[in-house]
Design a protein around this ligand. Structure first.
Ligand SMILES: [Cu+2]
Length: 233
């Protein structure tokens, strides 16, 4: 069975966990009696795609000379698709969404954002750190869930709106910023490092997973047990 593919970040698993409601109602926490799981594996049907390299054209002292690859299509030798997020769609109720004890962190180091993709609860406060001795910025754009993106790193699709835009000068090592409602937040660096890109996948409910390096994923705490895998054409 093929899973709907939204280029590069999101894969949508359409398995009902507890209840399904096509309306816009808010997620409701409920007590689960039979705790099960849903698991699967995401692969790409072609492992021989030739992707363009992103050449470093400035600040090589801090950034190095190594060209960067487009992380959005990081395909393993067996077709495993990294940097992919799988989530349950249109879920109305389920387990509680436990917030992390420490804020999610987005790091700028060696002129890269890290991690490239991370999952965070809505309205999270995120910590941003700059480990380089040069100017970076974090320009964060808010998008609707399911937004499709052009693969080229700093390309911004419209419509979009700026969530925040901060300068991370060499002396500014830390900043805290607030995320909003569920959706996708794409961050780029406006300081000329066009290859720097990262994504927050902001979720309203806890039934989501970033795939492992072998493309596998597993949700826990569902009222059903099911295996569902997807392959991208
Ligand atoms: Cu930068």
């Amino acid at each position: 069975m093929k899973i709907t593919f939204v280029p590069f970040v999101l894969l949508i698993s359409m398995v009902v966990c507890v209840s399904l409601n096509a309306g816009e109602q808010k997620y409701r926490v409920t007590k689960l009696i039979d705790k099960g799981w849903i698991k699967g594996r995401i692969t790409h049907s072609r492992s021989d795609l030739e992707m363009p390299k992103l050449e470093v054209d400035r600040d090589k002292g801090a950034c190095g000379n190594e060209s960067r690859k487009i992380m959005a299509v990081d395909i393993g030798p067996d077709g495993a698709l990294s940097n992919t997020v799988v989530y349950l769609k249109e879920i109305a109720a389920g387990k509680d969404f436990v917030l992390p004890a420490t804020p999610p962190t987005l790091t700028q180091e060696h002129c890269n954002f890290s991690p490239h993709v991370q999952l965070v609860p809505q309205f999270s406060s995120v910590r941003i750190t700059n480990h380089d001795q040069i100017l970076h910025s974090v320009h964060a754009y808010q998008f609707e869930p399911g937004q499709k993106f052009v693969l080229y790193p700093n390309s911004i699709s419209s419509p979009s709106r700026t969530l925040f835009n901060i300068a991370m000068v060499a002396q500014r090592k830390e900043s805290f910023q607030q995320l909003g409602e569920a959706g996708i937040v794409k961050t780029v660096c406006d300081a000329g490092h066009y290859w720097m890109t990262a994504y927050f996948v902001v979720m309203q409910h806890p039934y989501f997973a970033k795939v492992e390096s072998d493309g596998s994923y597993k949700y826990r705490g569902c009222a059903a047990r099911k295996i569902q895998s997807g392959e991208l054409a």
